[in-house]
Design a protein around this ligand. Structure first.
Ligand code: SF4
Ligand code: SF4
Length: 388
């Protein structure tokens, strides 16, 4: 089985739950079960009268590792422009999902796209689901990402192999955009089919996504809101509150702490709030009331946004509070330090088994935790040091 996923992702609780490893697995031995990450299905072989377990991943090129965004650290793609945007249609609104709707509708209508893989929810139960939407009507009626987790790439093979779509957008969380970036950097010919058809990635700003149980345990039991009443869920950029905007126009808010235990474990070590690997990232942070911030990070993103403006479905201004975005990036540094600590843990475990790695572990530890030492203190330590 994939040792790297096991030791560097799953055992450290950093799995983002994107599902790309499951989609890319050529032997279809990865699957979702209970828990925070996929599992390798155990397969047995009958020899004579006995059944023996065998390694399901023998002779595999480990496509899962080529796809997993958690096996790499990502530098942010540079932003080309930062805009405040609101949708003029199909729904006139500045909410992030309506702005996404405008961009996708324009892309679909002008033939830039023939399908979209998106995080969505069932509007009656709020059950999260990964979906392929293909028509403008489906784009308009989808609720879009609501900070409720489903492995978005569960819909990838349906779109690529059953739907035969050639021009796909992926609308999800920043980690899904990282996964596509990882996939696109692979030189493995088997993954080319995915690389060629995914044209656009759109990521919502994200400080963490919730397990589906949050609907019953928090919305229903603590907020007294029935799932079908909810038009959209919002999370404050500073992680202070969670808000349900209802179809009747009213709003229910609770401190986010009350929902914190339902956040996916892997989000704890995530260092990407602003969709730094996506063609387009979107959220409310930094935007004037009634609009959303769009961070465009690639030429493709630029094309899609210009197309929506030209089709009169989107209007934009430059009035974005970029200092607020910069402050959010600082929060990322805090998380990056947490990740560096986890990397050090792996190295120390390796060093227990491999003496050659001990020097590397000590160097890494020193780099992370070295504090300036006052000369007097240094002298004291030197004089009493036993060389332990
Ligand atoms: S982060 Fe995504 S690709 Fe990596 S192990 Fe988790 S589900 Fe699989
Ligand atoms: S915080 Fe958001 S982007 Fe990061 S792992 Fe969680 S869902 Fe993915």
């Amino acid at each position: 089985m994939s040792k790297r996923l096991e030791t560097e992702v799953w055992s450290l609780d950093t799995c983002a739950g994107c599902g790309l490893c499951v989609a890319a697995c050529s032997k279809q031995v990865l699957a979702w079960a209970e828990g925070d990450h996929p599992v390798v299905e155990k397969r047995t072989k009958t020899v004579g009268y006995t059944k023996t377990n065998f390694d399901s991943c023998t002779f595999c090129q480990h496509f899962c590792e080529e796809a997993c965004p958690r096996l790499q650290r990502w530098a942010p793609l540079e932003s080309r422009s930062v805009l405040a945007a609101s949708a003029r249609g199909p729904v006139k609104s500045g909410a992030p999902n309506d702005v996404i709707r405008a961009i996708l509708t324009a892309g679909r209508s002008s033939g830039l796209l023939d399908g979209v893989i998106m995080l969505d929810v069932n509007p009656w139960s709020l059950e999260p689901v990964a979906r392929v939407v293909t028509t403008v009507e489906e784009i308009v009626s989808a609720m879009g990402p609501q900070y409720l987790w489903a492995p978005v790439f569960d819909a990838l093979n349906e779109a690529v192999f059953e739907g035969g779509f050639q021009n796909l957008a992926v609308v999800a969380t920043p980690c899904a955009a990282q996964a596509i970036r990882k996939l696109k950097s692979s030189t493995n010919p088997r993954l080319q089919v995915y690389q060629e058809v995914i044209r656009l990635t759109v990521a919502i700003f994200c400080t963490g996504i919730y397990k589906p149980e949050v609907v019953e345990e928090v919305l229903v039991k603590r907020m007294d809101v029935a799932p079908e009443q909810v038009k959209r869920l919002e999370i404050s950029p500073d992680r202070e509150w969670m808000r349900a905007v209802l179809w009747d126009g009213s709003v229910r808010t609770i401190p986010r702490q009350q929902a914190e235990s339902f956040t996916r474990t892997g989000c704890g070590s995530c260092d990407d709030y602003l969709g730094e690997s996506a063609d387009i990232a979107i959220g409310t942070l930094g935007a004037p009331e009634g609009t959303s911030t769009l961070i465009i990070r690639s030429r493709t993103g630029d094309i899609f946004v210009r197309n929506a403006i030209q089709m009169n479905l989107l209007e934009t201004t430059h009035r974005v509070d970029e200092a607020a975005l910069a402050a959010a990036a600082e929060e990322k540094d805090r998380r990056a330090r947490a990740q560096a600590f986890k990397d050090l843990q792996i190295l120390m475990l390796d060093a227990l088994a491999d003496p050659l790695k001990r020097g590397e572990a000590i160097q890494q530890f020193t780099r992370l935790y070295r504090t300036p030492v006052r000369p007097g203190v240094l002298k004291e330590v030197r004089s009493g040091c036993t060389g332990c």
